[in-house]
Ligand binder design. Structure first.
Ligand code: CO
Length: 133
């Protein structure tokens, strides 16, 4: 019996992680995890004890996060769902005709296996799927 899917994190596009961290550090008292880099972005995760918040700062002007911010402004960029079996979930996406950004899983931030599902398939929200750590 597969485990219940969970929300792993919410990805938030910011222009400056340093500026964004002030709220999480000074108001909420959260200590950020060490930064990582993926998809042309610097990524800092905030441990909430359940689903985390991932701050995404563009590392270059032509990165996907930079383009997102230019088009829509800073804000929620994606939601990451953690599933029992990523390959099986992607196979179900393909069978149902959901458009995938990543046809095969790849390595994302913090060395996790991930794949993105296109927002056209999911009500306008970019979805990241990952496996349980
Ligand atoms: Co993510």
């Amino acid at each position: 019996m597969p485990d219940q899917p969970r929300i792993a994190h919410v990805g938030v596009a910011v222009t400056s992680i340093t500026e964004a961290l002030a709220f999480y550090r000074d108001v909420l008292g959260l200590e950020p995890r060490a930064p990582d880099a993926a998809d042309g972005a610097t990524i800092v995760s905030l441990p909430f004890g359940g689903p985390e918040v991932e701050l995404l700062e563009p590392a270059s002007p032509d990165s996907p996060i930079a383009k997102f911010i230019a088009k829509r402004g800073p804000g929620i960029h994606h939601i990451c769902y953690e599933v029992d079996d990523l390959d099986a979930a992607l196979a179900r996406c393909r069978a149902a005709g959901y458009r995938l950004v990543d046809e095969v899983p790849r390595t994302g931030a913090h060395g996790r296996r991930i794949a993105f599902v296109h927002p056209k398939a999911t009500g306008g929200i970019l979805l990241e799927l990952t496996t349980r750590a």
